[in-house]
Design a protein. Structure first.
Length: 599
């Protein structure tokens, strides 16, 4: 066993390596700014050997032959184009399994304005990205599901500008996620790209929510960026509540916010959003914000002070019929519309932050959210760089979504194996997340359980550092029932709410067979697993939510059965064409009954 000194030394090393690296602070609420969309068709070059990043074939320079003997072995013009946002796998058949480098190019015209700042904002690109404007490198970003930006005020030109982006989705053992994960490794610029404009002194960021466990006090802060940000007046107006609150920034440009209010509380039954104006002397931003409280008391989850049962579903950021990454508001309408039809008041956004359209639409529809970063199995927790990368992803996820009332849970990881290095990393991450946002709950999903005959014990000690425990179990699919479902007993020594974050079985839509034979891959077997699961789940006294795995079949190259899978995980309640399997109706009826019992 390692000594206490060794453990403390490990923590110090992790903290030392982690501290220096942080991304540029993001402009909060990018679509409320003055912006130009750079979405559309982009020219591309496929670079499987990654030769264009060096001096041999410097694609980022975008050179063209000008003399009789002058030539270059690459060219964007008259080549392939892809739509941005979007993944390359579903747009070009020869890129279906491609993992490597692809170069994007987009030209745009810009008129420079005096006393204005300009920012290039990327909603997300998978996985490692280098960005060049007019043949000059702006910077890099790592992480496929969080936004990043670069200020380009002094680099953007009057007239035509050339934007070149290198994207590489090759998996690696020190990445997040790492080498192996159970979803498609979609590559590309998968989310919106904006060129945003602000005054020279501007509203950079803000956090405006109800104080924890207090439904009548709004707290937070507003941060200015740019020139002369200190000692400036800040005003927050919520017209419907007759709020007209003023404060002033301190040195560094940050103003703390606190004022009394009596808002109608946001809930799934009444997703009330307020128009909020955040104004500085030279800038203003309009927002829609809902106000609600979230807390735990013993084994209860309290929404607005009242116990709630979370009727949930897991969702991947994928449109099954298109077999591609979801990225638009229309895509979000489809996925969350299915969840509402199922009877959900809750969605687990697996296993990474989804696009901002999903989160904002959940605010409007009244769907509570679990949002997590992709620490998914096989992570090198003994590598000190992992904490730095993971905390950066937390920074970016929370920075984008901290004002979204739909989000009640920040999740740190999924199915990670107990170990000292893992525990120390996730404990530090939990503390970091609470520092960034003290108003929400912290969770993580584990599959480390102890089975003794008919008893299942939740014994992952990391549960002590969480507000809500998430458990993935696939009794009836990856393991046989150790006893009859009605005889199963669940124990948890942590006195905390439990969300059964994953359970289910695979079935090929339209394939029928025995309800007691797993190898039939039949709808009837999947249906029976769900029926048995519900018998067991109803007997767990500390269960406060369920999220079956999963809403719809999704692509996964590790699913190799030549008849029933063919590169798809078939655990969906819906097929790869959005058609309802028999198990859909089991969960639909269960949630309908729960809604009657817990209105």
């Amino acid at each position: 066993m390692k000594s206490k000194f060794t453990t403390l030394l490990l923590i110090w090393v992790i903290a030392s390596v982690s501290a220096p690296l942080r991304c540029q602070t993001l402009l909060t609420n990018i679509e409320a700014r003055n912006f130009m969309s750079l979405d559309g068709r982009w020219e591309i070059i496929i670079d499987p050997f990654n030769g264009g990043a060096g001096n041999w074939k410097p694609i980022w320079k975008d050179q063209h032959g000008v003399g009789k003997s002058d030539f270059y072995e690459y060219q964007f013009d008259q080549g392939i184009t892809l739509h941005v946002p979007g993944d390359w796998n579903s747009q070009e058949s020869n890129l279906l399994y491609y993992e490597g480098t692809l170069w994007y190019k987009r030209t745009f015209t810009y008129q420079k304005k005096e006393a204005k700042k300009a920012f290039l904002y990327f909603g997300g690109a998978n996985y490692c990205v280098d960005v060049y404007l007019n043949n000059e490198k702006l910077g890099s970003h790592e992480g496929g599901f969080t936004p990043f930006q670069f200020e380009v005020t002094g680099k953007i030109k009057d007239g035509e500008n050339s934007l070149i982006v290198r994207v590489n989705n090759q998996r690696s053992e020190d990445a997040i996620p790492a080498l192996h994960f159970d979803w498609w490794n979609y590559g590309g610029i998968t989310r919106d790209v904006y060129l945003a404009e602000t005054p020279s002194s501007f509203i950079l960021d803000y956090f405006i929510q109800l104080k924890r466990n207090n439904a009548s006090e709004i707290q937070g802060w507003v941060e200015l960026g740019g020139a002369a940000a200190s000692h400036k007046k800040i005003t927050i107006k919520i017209f419907e509540l007759n709020i007209n609150y003023s404060t002033q920034t301190a040195e560094g440009g940050k103003a703390m916010v606190s004022f009394a209010a009596q808002p109608v509380l946001w809930s799934p039954e009444n997703p009330k959003l307020y128009d909020v104006l955040i104004a500085a002397e030279t800038d203003s931003v309009h927002e829609q914000i809902g106000f609600r409280t979230i807390a735990v008391k013993g084994t209860d989850i309290l929404l607005n002070g009242k116990p709630i049962f979370l009727r949930g579903i897991n969702i991947h950021e994928e449109i099954p019929q298109r077999a591609g990454r979801a990225y638009s508001e229309t895509d979000a309408q489809m996925l969350l519309g299915w969840a509402k039809e199922l009877g959900c008041n809750f969605v687990r956004l697996t296993h990474y932050p989804h696009n901002e359209h999903m989160v904002r639409l959940a605010d409007k529809l009244g769907i509570l959210l679990w949002e997590e970063i992709p620490l998914w199995q096989g992570i090198q927790f003994s590598n000190p760089i992992i904490l730095n990368k993971a905390n950066t992803l937390l920074d970016e996820m929370i920075a984008r979504d901290k004002n979204r009332c739909a989000i009640i849970l920040w999740s740190l990881s999924n199915e990670t194996s107990p170990a000292e290095s893992r525990d120390q990393t996730l404990i530090r991450m939990a503390a970091h997340a609470r520092t960034l946002d003290p108003t929400r709950l912290i969770t993580s999903a584990f599959n480390h359980l102890r089975y003794e005959k008919n008893q299942v014990t939740i014994d992952d000690s990391l549960s002590k550092s969480l507000d809500v425990v998430g458990v993935n179990e696939y009794i009836g699919w990856y393991g046989q029932w150790p006893a009859k479902p009605e005889d199963m007993l669940w124990k948890c020594p942590f006195n905390k709410p439990l969300i059964m974050s994953e359970f289910g079985a695979e079935a090929l839509y339209g394939n029928h067979g025995s309800p007691d034979t797993a190898s039939s891959w039949s709808e009837e077997y999947q249906q029976q697993v769900y029926k048995d699961q519900l018998v067991m789940l109803k007997k767990i006294p500390f269960l406060r939510g369920t999220t079956p795995w999963i809403l719809a079949d999704f692509r996964s190259p590790g699913r190799l059965h030549p008849i029933y899978q063919q590169g798809w995980n078939r655990k969906g309640l819906l097929s790869d064409q959005g058609l309802k399997k028999k198990a859909w109706y089991v969960i639909h009826d269960y949630y309908k009954q729960l809604q009657l019992e817990h209105p």
